[in-house]
Design a protein around this ligand. Structure first.
Ligand code: SF4
Length: 357
């Protein structure tokens, strides 16, 4: 192992931040050799998470109809993507999907809302739903409600919410280029409100939006500073119709290096290889699990991903286990083996229990 890789590994093992020079070396193909880097990141992953994978299933509780102009988002006012739009699902639909998520091995059930932020009435309604889910299944519950206040965070915590998601998405410097209707500091304030009310926080980034390597370093650094518990590392999915066109020259190697940087800079955080893992990591996707300890099953908010069977088989083939009371072999036996499709999710995929409820 080279001196620089040895230094990077020692820093991460002792939970010290990487210098900017070392961080940029991690991101560069002229820097640390890729497999040596992955092996170093794996030591950190193994130290804190052993060979366990946390599986997340998203519920797109309210889709589209958003007044914000986030350039990467298919639900944005700036998007002409042909997504299925609907207001908040019924309580019965949300509960049926929570039950299904539990049966499919999900450790955490994430309810995601479009929009800038919730009213107090919406927070009260959401609190009831959280109580009901927690009463019925041993699922951890995460909510992505948009910008919230400290009082709203307090109510959600009292209802039993485990974790609040609010993505910072990119660096403070780059933020104005991807959204003008709300600011980076609005987003940061929401995360601080959640933290100060004892909620674990999940906050993701999106790679491929025209940011520089220095921006990526700044993203890893801010999450270290605010002690983000869970960091979904997304790679831009170029859904036709979204305003943003850049992919910033993403290659599988670069995407894997980005995962390594987040792991090395945030050793104790749950690092998720999140949206776009299939199309951007491609043949390197299995190596991503030696670095990240978490992933989404069943695709993303509007975009399809690998089939459940494919993803779970990958986890099993690598010798990893899932963090669930349900055994991976049981889920594999009853999961559909059909190959995944790409493109946008249909109404039936987004609302599987609509007819029954
Ligand atoms: S990311 Fe959220 S706030 Fe931004 S456009 Fe999409 S749904 Fe609206």
């Amino acid at each position: 192992m080279s001196d620089s890789c040895q230094r990077i590994l020692q820093n991460a093992l002792s939970d010290e931040p990487l210098s900017k020079t070392d961080a940029l070396g991690v991101l560069s193909s002229d820097g640390v050799d890729l497999l040596i880097l992955v092996a170093a990141a794996y030591q950190i992953r193994h130290k804190y998470f052993s060979k366990e994978v946390t599986v997340h299933i998203l519920n797109n509780v309210q889709n589209g109809l958003c007044s914000e102009d986030c350039q990467y988002c298919a639900q944005s006012t700036s998007s002409s993507a042909r997504i299925e739009q609907y207001p908040m699902k019924s309580d019965a639909e949300i509960m049926a999907e929570a039950k299904a998520a539990w049966e499919q091995g999900a450790h955490r059930y994430c309810m995601v809302f479009s929009g800038a932020g919730p009213s107090d009435e919406r927070i009260d309604h959401l609190s009831q739903i959280i109580r009901e889910i927690k009463k019925n299944w041993p699922l951890e519950v995460c909510v992505s409600p948009g910008v919230i206040t400290s009082d709203q965070a307090k109510k959600l915590k009292a209802a039993g919410l485990d974790r609040l998601n609010h993505n910072l998405n990119t660096s403070e410097r780059h933020y104005k280029k991807i959204c003008t209707t709300h600011s980076y500091s609005d987003r940061l304030a929401t995360l601080r409100a959640a933290k100060s009310n004892d909620l674990a926080i999940c906050s993701g980034v999106i790679i491929g939006m025209g940011e520089t390597a220095d921006d990526v370093f700044q993203m890893a650094l801010i999450h270290r500073d605010i002690q983000t518990d869970s960091i979904p590392v997304n790679f831009l999915i170029p859904i036709p119709g979204i305003a943003l066109k850049t992919l910033n020259g993403l290659t599988p190697e670069y995407c894997l290096r980005v995962l390594c940087l987040f792991r090395l800079m945030n050793p104790r955080a749950e690092i998720r290889m999140a949206a776009g893992r299939e199309i951007h990591l491609r043949a390197l996707e299995p190596l991503g699990l030696y670095v990240a300890n978490s992933l989404f099953l069943q695709g993303y908010l509007n975009a399809r991903g690998s089939s459940n069977h494919h993803t779970l088989q990958m986890i099993k083939d690598l010798g990893f286990s899932i963090k669930s009371d349900v055994k991976i072999d049981e889920i594999l036996l009853r999961s559909d083996t059909h190959e995944e499709a790409d493109g946008l999710k249909s109404r039936d995929e987004l609302r599987p229990f609509l007819k029954e409820t």
